[in-house]
Write a protein that binds this ligand. Structure first.
Ligand SMILES: Cc1cc2nc3c(=O)[nH]c(=O)nc-3n(C[C@H](O)[C@H](O)[C@H](O)COP(=O)(O)O)c2cc1C
Length: 183
């Protein structure tokens, strides 16, 4: 039995998927630290968390232990540069089940044009994309498990991802958008 240790909750992980509907969008907004300041109803339904369990809480409340640290490092490296992020994320529901999303994260600005937070919109990913992404994330996790520190884990697993992209001769964003469109 596995527990999610990335946040204060101790959810028992259940290896059972809950799929998003084709027409559904999960939307959330965060502050600069990734604390949730808005969650739409679909987000509450898919995470099985009520609004009061989500608001003002770090987005890692739905972090699934099958997600490599390197992916989140890559997300934060991208959005802190005020660039848009696209990618596949496996998320944890409060009942222990999981759901996959294709996420887009964009910067948000205040009236003075200063970066004020982030907006994320997610859609149902095609199975064909997950068939490609899951083995990559599994290898990233194995690489991370054998590293002597979190920093080395993140760096080595991002290196692995970059090498895969280099072998395929594709940039990260083109790769994931291509997978999303391959349905
Ligand atoms: C707008 C936005 C959306 C995010 N969405 C998710 C998400 O859906 N799932 C997730 O696990 N982390 C998401 N994150 C990243 C989390 O803030 C966090 O970095 C990640 O869960 C790893 O947490 P940890 O470093 O505490 O393990 C999001 C961050 C931002 C800024």
């Amino acid at each position: 039995m596995q527990k999610n240790k990335s946040n204060d909750t101790s959810v028992t992980i259940i290896d059972e998927e809950v799929c998003m509907g084709d027409e559904q969008f999960i939307v959330s907004k965060t502050d600069l630290r990734g604390h949730i300041i808005y969650a739409n109803r679909t987000f509450m339904e898919m995470s099985a968390l009520s609004e009061d369990k989500l608001l003002n809480i770090n987005h890692n409340i739905i972090r699934h232990p099958d997600m490599p640290k390197g992916v989140f490092k890559f997300i934060w490296m991208t959005i802190k540069k005020e660039k848009e992020f696209f990618g596949f994320v496996k998320n944890l529901r409060s009942d222990g089940r999981y759901y996959w999303v294709f996420a887009n994260i964009t910067p948000e600005y205040d009236v003075n044009g200063k970066l004020s937070g982030y907006l994320s919109v997610r859609r149902k990913p095609p199975i064909s994309a997950l068939d490609v992404i899951e083995p990559i994330y599994e290898t990233m996790l194995e690489i991370e498990a054998s590293a002597s520190s979190n920093k080395i884990a993140e760096d080595n697993s991002i290196d692995y991802l970059q090498k895969q992209l280099k072998n395929l001769n594709v940039e990260y964003q083109d790769f994931v958008i291509g997978l999303f469109n391959s349905q």
